[in-house]
Write a protein that binds this ligand. Structure first.
Ligand SMILES: NC(=O)c1ccc[n+]([C@@H]2O[C@H](COP(=O)([O-])OP(=O)(O)OC[C@H]3O[C@@H](n4cnc5c(N)ncnc54)[C@H](OP(=O)(O)O)[C@@H]3O)[C@@H](O)[C@H]2O)c1
Length: 319
């Protein structure tokens, strides 16, 4: 099969011929149609997520069709369309193998009416949005800052929070303000023209209840203490909370979140995302689609910040 892989960490990667993977007990062999692109893909490529065997096929999120089932699989059938996170075998390849009952690498069926491309954009971003919102538990009417609101995770989180009646403050770079308002943000702070913390402070002198932080490092994130009220909560999806006690002394609960270790990372979580899409509560648009051979250039653009969110690789011809 054709696969986009690396032979050592830090390489751009290349398209090459590799053997098809084989489904073991409780696993499915999937013909991948579309791979969703996430920042974690270049982080894994750069070695930031620990040791891996080489050649390493990149990519996690996928949509595709079941080609074969290993022994003991009862709830999925050959020919069904599925989507999810292919953590062990990668998704930038014509075939992958996924377990049927792993919460770290969940899968679910794609209903008729949902495209493979949209399904491939849901697992990591959508489950992270659900998990961060659940962790923060911001009540209806109270304020939530989503720092990094226009990307894959942020755009879904904005829509769900808005539907739950939460007052959403989102950050966007210049030119994306209207798109962010259209997603349901009540307030938009243009981060390349204004100081985000000063902006929130001016509009919410008594402080806000929650923050989903998808951007700030361990130093910058401490400024959130200037805007989160006593009893408020901060979740970092990029592991920037290295001193939770410091936040605790200021009455703020601050935690890091690893999506794969949350209750939302499950088949039920994926099904909840599908239901939100089917209800029209969440709309996910494919921003750009590229051939598999261009995966290296796509990851470079994502890493540099030139692009963000909702990019797919078309793996199967005609996908
Ligand atoms: N821990 C986990 O399990 C987990 C799960 C999912 C994601 N993540 C991480 O969370 C981060 C976001 O993921 P994603 O998929 O949403 O990424 P993405 O689609 O690339 O979006 C990145 C977002 O960050 C914004 N941004 C970039 N620089 C900024 C700045 N200086 N100030 C404010 N906003 C800025 C971008 O805004 P503009 O496009 O408007 O510039 C965009 O909204 C990534 O680092 C990813 O690896 C972690």
């Amino acid at each position: 099969m054709k696969a986009f892989a690396i032979d050592r960490f830090g390489e751009d990667g290349s398209l090459r011929e590799l053997p098809d993977p084989v489904a073991g007990p409780g696993e499915l062999l999937v013909r991948v149609t579309v791979a969703g692109v996430n920042p974690v893909d270049w982080k894994i490529r750069d070695g930031a997520h620990g040791p891996r065997p080489f050649p390493l096929i990149l990519g996690v999120d996928f949509a595709g069709v079941i080609e074969a089932a290993g022994s003991g699989v009862a709830d999925f059938r050959v020919g069904e369309r599925i989507f999810g996170a292919a953590r062990a075998h990668g998704s930038y390849a014509e075939r992958t193998v996924v377990p049927t009952s792993s919460n770290e690498a969940p899968i679910a069926k794609i209903p008729a009416g949902l495209s493979d491309a949209v399904a491939a954009l849901l697992p990591i971003a959508g489950l992270t949005a659900l998990a961060t919102l659940a962790r923060l538990d911001v009540p209806r009417g109270e304020s939530l800052l989503i720092y990094g609101a226009t990307g894959g995770v942020g755009a879904i989180a904005v829509q769900i929070a808005h539907a739950r009646g939460i007052h959403v403050i989102g950050t966007a770079r210049s030119g994306k303000e209207d798109a962010l308002r259209a997603l349901g943000a009540d307030e938009v702070i243009v981060y390349d023209r204004n100081d985000v913390i000063d902006g929130v402070k001016a509009a919410h002198p008594d402080g806000i209840t929650g923050v989903i932080d998808l951007v700030n490092d361990g130093v910058a994130i401490k400024r959130l203490a200037e805007i989160v009220r006593n009893g408020g909560r901060v979740v970092s999806a990029i592991r920037s909370i290295d001193d939770a006690a410091w936040f605790g002394e200021r009455g703020i609960t601050a935690t890091n979140l690893a999506m794969g270790q949350t209750p939302q990372s499950s088949r039920a979580g994926l099904e909840e995302l599908v239901a939100l899409i089917e209800a029209g509560t969440v709309v996910v648009d494919v921003k750009a689609a590229y051939p598999l051979a261009e995966a290296g250039a796509v990851l470079a653009a994502l890493k540099s910040g030139k692009t963000s969110g909702n990019i797919v690789l078309n793996v199967a011809p005609g996908a």
